[in-house]
Structure formats: C-alpha cells, structure tokens
Design a protein around this ligand. Sequence first.
Ligand SMILES: C[S@@+](CC[C@H](N)C(=O)[O-])C[C@H]1O[C@@H](n2cnc3c(N)ncnc32)[C@H](O)[C@@H]1O
Length: 236
Amino acid sequence: MAKRRRQPWLLNTSRVRLLRVNRSFARGTPAGALVLDAGAGHGPYRRLFRHARYEAADFAQLATRYTPLDYVCSLTDIPVEDGRFDRVLCNQVLEHLDDPAGALAEMHRVLAPGGRILLSAPLFYPEHQQPYDYFRYTQFALRRLFTEAGFAEVKVTWLEGYFGTVAFQLEQMHRQLPRGRSLGLRRRMLLGPVLAVTRGAAFVLSGVFARMDLRWKHTASGMPKNYVVRATRPEG
Ligand SMILES: C[S@@+](CC[C@H](N)C(=O)[O-])C[C@H]1O[C@@H](n2cnc3c(N)ncnc32)[C@H](O)[C@@H]1O
C-alpha cells in the first residue's frame, strides 16, 4: 500500500493559490503560443507551459538557482522585438523593481496585440531579496500602473482570502517573536512565559487558519497577502 505523505502543519497558502492561478492561465494559453516568464527565478511555472513555447527572463543578480534563462536582462529593457509574446507571466517580481512603470511599459511592448498578462504582487510581506525590495502594492496602484502602461480589461483580485493573511501573520509570530538570550535575563523572566505561550498558540492557529483559507476564501473584510492582476494588450 502506498504510504501517505505527511503534510507539514504550517502551510503556505499563497504557494497553493499561485500554482492554481498560473495553472489556470496556462490552460488558457493555446498550444504553441510564445510565453515570457518575466522575472522567472527558479522557474516554478515552466512545467505548466510544456504545451507552449516558454522563455524566461531575469536579471540574475541574486546568489540563487535560476531556471535556464533566455534573456539575462532588466525587465525595463527586454532584448526582443515588439509584440513577440502571446502571454506574459510575472509572479512576485514587481515589488523588486525600482521602476515598475518602466517595466510594465516594457511588458506591454513585448506582448502581442490581443495578448494576455498575469501578474501577482504582494501587499503584505516582509522585506526579502534585499537590497532589491522597493514596494508593496495596493489594488489602486496596480490598476493605475497597468492602465497607464496601456493595458485594457484590467482585473485585480485577491490571491488569498483574509484567513491566509492571518495564517501568515501567525506563522511570522511563531518564527519571529524573540526567545532565549536575545531577551536578556530580566525580560526573559518577565516576558519569557508570555512569549512562549504566544509562539505555541500562533503555531497551532496558523495551521488552522491556513486550512480554513484553502476551504473558504474570505474577502469581505481584512486584506490579502497578494493581489493578482489579469489584463490584455488591446488590439490595434
Ligand atoms: C521573488 S522572486 C520570484 C521568482 C519567480 N517569478 C517565482 O514566482 O518564484 C523575484 C525575481 O525577480 C528577479 N528580479 C528582481 N529585479 C529584477 C529586475 N530589475 N529585472 C529582472 N528581474 C529582476 C529576481 O532575480 C528574482 O528571480
């Protein structure tokens, strides 16, 4: 009998949902279409586009593993002709760009008229990939940036529900609340038990909220961790 894989208690619901939205974008991509993964990193969505022709661009400045790159470049200057791609995907990159408007104008340029773009970007996430971390985006900033770059049919939605954001905040509390020597003796005596109980409760509740988020995407209050933008380059 096949062994059941153990699920870790702490779940990153953003990863689950990013895979879902990218899979759905890939399913709407015709066979043989030319796709650009802008800021591809290690290329987590490459395999979803096996039916298409996938190309990857990244500036490759971080000490990390990159998927084979077709273009090592800044997203403000992609070395291809106008309208080359039928689809552009750009996940978790916009916050790292010092010139997001310039990069969106460039993605608009390389997308064929009638082509579609899928982009995800965080609203609520700690600084990462320093020093290349510049912005967080509200839905209004995203709509404005996309519209000003020339995109049409701009739809901005929540990636996770609020429970996913809560699960993430609880996970951060579990990991980041100070412990041990960093507190100093006096504070450790006074605050140590409170912090230890809070860390433990945050661990358990994070798993509970993550599972709730995957079953029920609550968007009526709170905020998402990430937004997703779907847009098209108008014909003509
Ligand atoms: C958080 S990673 C996301 C990678 C991938 N899209 C994913 O979803 O896993 C951000 C990526 O943006 C790239 N990047 C940052 N600034 C860039 C720039 N100005 N031009 C091109 N790529 C850039 C980084 O090298 C990194 O691979």
